[in-house]
Design a binder for this molecule. Structure first.
Ligand code: URA
Length: 199
């Protein structure tokens, strides 16, 4: 199975009800040979529209943080734990929501083979749901972000704050944790490069 074959299968997935209302499956993109993969939570409105991960407001902040950490988006691979947008449609107008535990579990059928095919040196989990999915169920993002953890799908995994969370905090003044996001990306990239040199 190649990454393109896996993507082709994922694009027509109907394994959960998120497929009923999606516009696009957001499989992931970037350099498949990169030693670093970033794994977010799941697509929002802009990602659903475009089929690309992290292209909305949170994505723009992530891009800025990547550049500030000395790398560009093209140098990494970016994916999500859940490949279709989770939204609450009860008012008629979709409002983004976190994917349920069941939706995340069902979508592991794409995430796990994707990680196995990419075989990154380092996984940077963007936000708590990704860290809970890939590092440990009871992961504590505020206490444990920026630390290395063993991971079945890479040499090591690190988690950082989600840019959407940072945007919400920043509205209350301060940088909302943006500096930590940049520092965690720098750390993950340095570790990925070091591990890639050794290989
Ligand atoms: N938030 C995520 O976790 N992933 C995206 O692709 C966009 C926003």
């Amino acid at each position: 199975m190649t990454l393109d074959q896996l993507r082709a299968e994922a694009l027509v997935c109907t394994a959960c009800t998120l497929s009923d209302r999606r516009t696009n499956v957001v499989f992931g993109e970037g350099d498949p040979l990169s030693p670093l993969i970033l794994v977010g939570e799941g697509p929002g409105e802009q990602e659903d529209k475009s089929g690309r991960p992290f292209v909305g407001r949170a994505g723009q902040l992530l891009d800025k943080a990547l550049v500030e950490a000395g790398i560009s988006r093209a140098q990494v691979y970016i994916a999500n734990t859940v490949k279709c947008r989770a939204a609450d449609w009860s008012t008629g107008k979709p409002v983004n929501r976190a994917p349920t535990e069941e939706e995340s579990q069902v979508c592991r059928r794409w995430l796990i083979p994707q990680l196995q095919l990419l075989a990154p040196k380092v996984i940077l989990c963007i936000g708590a749901p990704s860290a809970k999915n890939l590092i440990r169920k009871n992961f504590l993002i505020t206490k444990e972000r920026g630390l290395y953890f063993p991971c079945e799908f890479a040499k090591t995994a690190i988690a950082t704050l989600h840019p959407s969370y940072i945007l919400r905090q920043a509205n209350m003044g301060g940088d909302g944790g943006y500096g930590l996001l940049v520092a965690d990306i720098e750390k993950a990239w340095a570790a990925a490069q070091k591990l890639a040199e050794k290989a």
